[in-house]
Design a protein. Structure first.
Length: 143
């Protein structure tokens, strides 16, 4: 299905970070890991099952749902990394809405921006997981 190894690397990184979040993270990290894996799966299904026009609208809805999910998590857990993930996801929502409204086809700039924003969100979850893991380890050492 994929014409390049890059999407497979993206899937691998997403699944590994989400697995680490589930294994070593707290509730916020686990929820974020589930959110990014669920969204990645939904994007894959949208590309697989829908025509390009329908897939574009589905991507917009998925990104809006992810931004709202990160907003709820940021309000609930008040972590800076969740706020950054929410802002990045909102930027991705804006990117999709711009291309949808202008009826512009996805070009190289779109692909680069989309992939970098997705990487940023995954790195935010990784940062949050490593921070929670370190905090839990220090608490266990202290007593």
């Amino acid at each position: 299905m994929y014409q390049s190894v890059i999407p497979l690397i993206g899937w691998t990184v997403t699944v590994l970070v989400s697995g680490l979040a589930w294994w070593k993270g707290g509730p916020a990290e686990r929820a974020s890991g589930l959110l990014i894996v669920g969204a990645a799966f939904a994007v894959w299904l949208a590309h697989l099952l829908l025509r390009p026009a329908g897939a574009n609208l589905a991507l917009l809805v998925i990104d809006g749902a992810m931004a709202a999910g990160f907003l709820l998590l940021a309000i609930r857990y008040a972590n800076l990394w969740l706020g950054v993930a929410m802002l990045l996801q909102s930027t991705q929502f804006s990117l999709h809405s711009f291309y949808l409204v202008t009826e512009k086809s996805h070009d190289r700039l779109y692909s680069i921006a989309n992939n970098l924003i997705t990487l940023g969100v995954v790195l935010c979850v990784l940062f949050g997981t490593l921070t929670a893991w370190r905090r839990a380890r220090k608490a266990a050492e202290a007593g």
